[in-house]
Design a protein around this ligand. Structure first.
Ligand code: GLU
Length: 542
């Protein structure tokens, strides 16, 4: 029998396979070969035979940033790849740190990025509500279950005592931890304090001897939490649960099959598994995504305001470019390439390729990604129509009083500009910047400026008008470049450079920007006509 190792398509763990087989085999000792193999297949894959249900569970203590988007994206791709469900759950248990508007905005941003949840606070779903503050009964009920089975207990230690414990530990050079004193209260003492209304929390009893677990990405892991931590609070004095309890309760009742989250939670997973065990629940499979960092390996800080998704949106970054750059710097694909859209990301995704290395994000490459995706949008007729509308708004906002001829707002004119500039610009915003203002606003120039360049302006202007007329409605770069060169040779006293300067002046009023022929193709015959008529007027009077 020949065996080799790869990841199982059903459970995504690295397993041994019978050559040619698609399901994994775990070799079980002491059984005849056949039975042994079949038992192993069932055992490994049985856990994942149900529906794939994954969740993105941010806390609305801030707006969505790139790190969060990346976690949401991998969950989304994973769910779509395996025909599953993607859930957005808002973990708003830390009521003091809630940021107004963040909850709404997180869901808005997922919709904007085109990775919408199937179940969420806004969309609802059969296993909701999806806002933790609306699920308090469930957490209390679970905490009671833990108390009754002896896995949790009431703690009446005052803040003052906890503060003293902390100070003492720090003074002794140790990490502060709760000393588990209230574990030892007698039942009648507890009842008395509860009856007196003494402020309390509920703590989970951490047991030693944590079982190792296999993380989809980081492999075998185990953190003996009881050795380093005091018993953690699961219900706070304000009646709200802490993250650890709420998280496992919701993952259980929302039937989450795979928890894919940032690797900062890897060390908490053993604690979570102890809770699953105490409650007699089957835990989901865990996969911790490596950190997303700056190109130089430094932390991607939320304080750099520019990593918030809203600021990318404001700057004209396309969602697909953001998803593309985020997956390109990470792992999870057989190969990396620029220009992938969400359907391609889904089809090319391979979870067994996610590595433990941090993903180094080079945001300097974002304009390049955006340029590629903008071009793809322009080439798609439906998306191009939306771009035209957007650009019409932006032009009117940028040049409210300067536009002389409303024809520049016409769909066909803008479509031509977009097709002509695709591959050159990264955002629509660029097209309303001063470099491209000539597209929308006719330049103003004086007869003195014309005279300073050449005495043959009249001749040049009429030649241009003639050649444009000859070329008809469809100007092409190739013909124009050739004809302009010929035209420049016909002038007697003006050098080629001066001719081009004059044409630039008439077309854009600027001395930089795209080539003269490119400007002419973008502007089209009608606009060129207007601008050279003006040159004609000024040169006849000069
Ligand atoms: N609320 C946690 C966070 O914001 C969720 C962690 C998890 O996915 O379990 O990171």
């Amino acid at each position: 029998m020949s065996l080799w190792f790869k990841s199982c398509k059903r459970c995504f763990l690295h397993r041994s396979f019978l050559r040619g087989g698609v399901r994994c085999l775990t070799v079980v000792r002491n059984k005849p070969e056949e039975v042994r193999l079949r038992a192993a297949v069932n055992r490994c894959c049985s856990t994942f035979q149900g529906e794939v249900r994954v969740r993105f569970a941010p806390s609305p203590t801030g707006f969505l940033h790139l790190g969060g988007l990346r976690t949401a994206l991998y969950n989304y791709i994973f769910s779509k790849k395996y025909g599953g469900v993607f859930i957005l759950r808002l973990e708003d248990t830390d009521q003091n740190r809630l940021v107004p508007g963040a909850a709404e905005s997180i869901e808005d941003m997922l919709e904007w990025a085109d990775i919408p949840p199937d179940e969420s606070p806004r969309r609802g779903g059969s296993l909701g509500p999806y806002l933790q503050s609306q699920r308090l009964d469930l957490y209390h009920q679970t905490a009671q279950q833990l108390i009754e089975s002896g896995h949790a207990y009431y703690c009446f230690c005052s803040l003052h005592r906890l503060e003293l414990l902390k100070k003492e530990a720090l003074r002794a050079g140790q990490a502060p931890r709760y000393d588990n004193r209230c574990r030892h209260l007698q039942a009648d003492q507890v009842q008395e304090k509860l009856a007196q209304g003494v402020s309390h929390v509920i703590r989970f009893r951490l047991e030693a001897g944590v079982q190792p677990f296999q993380d989809l990405i980081f492999g075998w892991n185990r953190h003996d939490v009881a050795e380093v931590e005091g018993d953690p609070v699961v219900i706070k004095a304000d009646g709200f649960p802490t993250y650890h309890l709420a998280n496992i309760v919701d993952d259980h009742y929302m039937k989450i099959s795979h928890v894919l989250r940032g690797s900062e939670w890897l060390i908490s997973t053993s604690k979570h598994l102890l809770m699953y065990q105490a409650l007699g629940w089957q835990p989901p499979t865990f996969g911790h995504l490596p950190l997303l960092m700056n190109k130089d390996g430094s932390k991607l800080s939320k304080r750099q305001g520019d990593i918030f998704i809203q600021s990318f949106q404001r700057d004209g970054v396309l969602p697909e470019a953001l998803l593309d750059i985020t997956t390109n710097c990470g792992s999870g694909f057989n190969t990396n390439r620029m220009g992938r859209r969400i359907d391609e990301l889904i089809s090319e995704f391979n979870p067994s390729k996610i590595t433990t290395h941090s993903a180094l994000l080079d945001l300097e490459k974002l304009p390049e990604f955006n340029r590629i995706h903008l071009q793809q949008r322009i080439e798609d007729e439906q998306q191009c129509r939306n771009l035209i509308k957007e650009l019409q708004d932006q032009i009117q906002q940028a040049y409210p009083a300067e536009i002389q001829d409303k024809n520049v707002l016409h769909e066909d004119y803008i479509r031509r500009v977009l097709h002509f500039r695709k591959g050159h610009v990264s955002t629509l915003k660029e097209l309303v910047s001063p470099t491209y203002s000539y597209l929308w606003v006719r330049p103003s120039f004086s007869s003195q400026q014309v005279a300073a360049l050449t005495a043959e302006a009249h001749l040049i202007a009429s030649s241009v008008l003639k050649l444009v007329k000859e070329q008809g409605e469809e100007l092409t770069l190739e013909h124009l470049s050739k004809d302009l060169k010929t035209l420049a040779k016909q002038t007697k006293t003006t050098k080629y450079r001066e001719v081009m300067k004059l044409l630039r002046l008439a077309l854009s009023g600027l001395q930089q920007g795209p080539s003269v022929a490119e400007m002419m193709v973008s502007l089209g015959p009608a606009e060129i006509n207007h601008r050279f008529q003006r040159l004609l007027q000024l040169s006849s009077t000069s």
